[in-house]
Ligand binder design. Structure first.
Ligand SMILES: Nc1ncnc2c1ncn2[C@@H]1O[C@H](COP(=O)(O)OP(=O)(O)O)[C@@H](O)[C@H]1O
Ligand SMILES: [Mg+2]
Length: 341
């Protein structure tokens, strides 16, 4: 009998999306086929301590059996040593210190295959300012913005409303839809609590849609889903409160617009050198023009999250999606193992 693959699921993390990551990771651990995979759950707590446990029920209960590792402290058995016994890691972490290339860098150093975008693509897609610069360079439409660093004057050329957001965060944390000039300073101050780089963006009027992308070299796009937020915009509570949003599949846009969304989604994935998976968020303007908003390299990953639902509707159920992502991680690792540095 073939040996089962040893899969470590990394969950939690230091960002404000800690709890969401735990929910995603539990869902992944439940769905990984026990005949094929031997699972280990690793929970990173809010302070960055690594708690390593075995077994599928171990997130985050069964604390007595866990050993504790802390980064970046070097100990007798640093995370790299533990990771050395693993065939593939699934980093199911959102936001800073998880989705931004930092953990991916550690996994590169440890030489372990891992699911999803590599170091550069993760860091790029986490940074809304750099991300837009790369897309603009490839001729992919994005919302106009100005980027403010510390000390920059609060000026922008856009009519109100505008969106103010921290450059490198997620889940709508630290973001404000600013309706008039008077509210601008407070919005920028709020965003600055989360990042020293802040974006002021033109408001894009249109249908908000999301598209999943899966693959390494020849990525495929899922069907397009439409986000109907039961709020003025898709803020934190619309995202995570029960009944805060509806996902409409397929999106109620023209066939042409839908093809445009799928094409732009794949182009964005390729332009940013993503691998494995990503969820691309876009707007479709009333005239059908497509604007890319952002890429999430580790999207919410429960069985009922948007990414999973979009692929389910595209004929790839959740458990199969996980199988494919693991295969893609191994394929990339093998391909790169032959490189000479
Ligand atoms: N320029 C914009 N025009 C219109 N709506 C926007 C704009 N930017 C953000 N939004 C709204 O805010 C939500 C969150 O913004 P987003 O840039 O995706 O940040 P996050 O990474 O926190 O999800 C979007 O889903 C959308 O509803
Ligand atoms: Mg978003």
């Amino acid at each position: 009998m073939r040996r089962r693959l040893r899969v470590a699921v990394l969950a939690g993390g230091r960002s404000s999306e800690h709890e969401i990551s735990l929910a995603s990771a539990r869902s992944v651990l439940d769905a990984l086929d026990p005949d094929r995979y031997e699972t280990t759950a690793i929970e990173i707590d809010r302070r960055g301590r690594w708690e390593i446990a075995s077994g599928r029920q171990s997130l985050p209960e069964a604390k007595e059996e866990t050993s504790v590792e802390t980064l970046p402290v070097v100990s007798d058995s640093p995370p790299a040593a533990v990771l050395g016994q693993i065939d593939v890691v699934m980093p199911i972490l959102h936001g800073p210190f998880g989705e931004d290339g930092t953990v991916q860098g550690l996994l590169e150093l440890a030489g372990v295959p891992y699911v999803g975008a590599g170091v550069a693509a993760s860091a790029l897609c986490m940074d809304k300012d750099l991300f837009k610069a790369v897309l603009r360079d490839r001729g992919i439409p994005v919302a106009q913005n100005v980027t403010l660093r510390e000390g920059d004057p609060l000026v922008h050329p856009f009519p109100y409303p505008v969106f103010v957001k921290p450059a490198r965060l997620g889940s709508s944390v630290g973001m404000t839809k600013v309706h008039e000039e008077d509210e601008l300073a407070a919005a920028v101050a709020l965003a600055r609590r989360h990042d020293d780089k802040v974006l002021i963006e033109e408001f894009v009027l249109g249908t908000e849609v999301e598209c999943g992308v899966l693959g390494n070299r020849d990525p495929v796009a899922s069907v397009v889903g439409e986000i109907v937020a039961h709020a003025e915009w898709y803020d934190y509570s619309a995202k995570y409160d029960e009944g805060g949003m509806d996902l409409v599949i397929p999106a109620r846009i023209s066939a042409e617009a839908s093809e445009g969304v799928r094409r732009r989604a794949v182009e964005s994935f390729v332009a940013t050198e993503c691998e494995g998976m990503a969820r691309i968020d876009l707007f479709v303007r009333p005239d059908g023009d497509v604007v890319v908003n952002e890429i999430n390299t580790i999207p919410g990953f429960t069985a009922t999250s948007v990414y999973a639902k979009l692929f389910e509707a595209s004929g790839i159920p959740y458990a199969e999606l996980l199988d494919r992502l693991i295969e893609l991680a191994l394929e990339r690792h093998e391909r790169r193992a032959g490189l000479v540095y």
